[in-house]
Design a protein around this ligand. Sequence first.
Ligand code: ZN
Length: 297
Amino acid sequence: MRIGVINTDSGKAVALELGDRWIDASRAWKDYHTHVEGADAPPLAHAGDFAAAGWMNRSGYRRLTEFVQRHGRLEEYLLPGPHTFAAPVRPGKVIAIGRNYAKHAKEMGNEIPDEPMFFNKLPDTIIGPGEAIVKESWAGRVDFEGEIAVMIGVQGRNIAEAEAKEHVAGYTLLNDISARDLQNKDKDRGHPWTRAKNMDTFCPVGPVVVFRDALSWPFEEDIETRVNSEVRQQGNTQQFLFPIPRLIAHVSRYFTLYPGDLIATGTPEGVGPLNGGDVVEVASPGIGVLSNPVVEV
Ligand code: ZN
């Protein structure tokens, strides 16, 4: 069960995976609401909208895919390939966890934190699979940081760890691109990391969001980052210093979490620089491969 946004001749379509094919969920969504509910469909522009409507679970998936198949009209809803995907979600906010793998904290010369530490990624950092990460030549070293991101499905504040699962809609991949020289300069001065983490295009997301119900809980997945096909980072979510329920409980003490919001769960050791012409891939077996070229300007 995966949801994405596919570029079509007539614009972007939210798409649901059915077997090895993708159906036009945007169209099915409208038709379902017209024919079954007799009402206007709520907006559906990305996976966050699907979650906000309460559909990002096994029963929502089944309702829509069965509607498409029930009328023997599956062919009408299929999106012909080959597909190119856009960012699967337009998050209201992205909270990125720093130092959630002990070895990465060490390689950056940091202590193991005693509580999760985090920063944010601004909306204009978001790009989809295949879109270029823009490296400004004056910005100095720019690094990849492959991460798994949790997409929130149900609004909440002060969420208890035991309740966290119900607030998770699914998982995607995220590359927390970081202007390392600027970050180090600002760290030395005791300034926030905002500019280093938030230049335009500094947050590739995708290729799709996998439903929580499709993977294990507690969530156990490998993650790998490759640059020009060479493996640079490898980790597993079992190595997290703070597991997902703890992250959700901690972050939601400060902020209300809304459907579509992302929590980037931190990066394993092995971060390194990107140069113009590189292709960086973040991969996880249960989710897919997020691939982005780098252009230097
Ligand atoms: Zn990061």
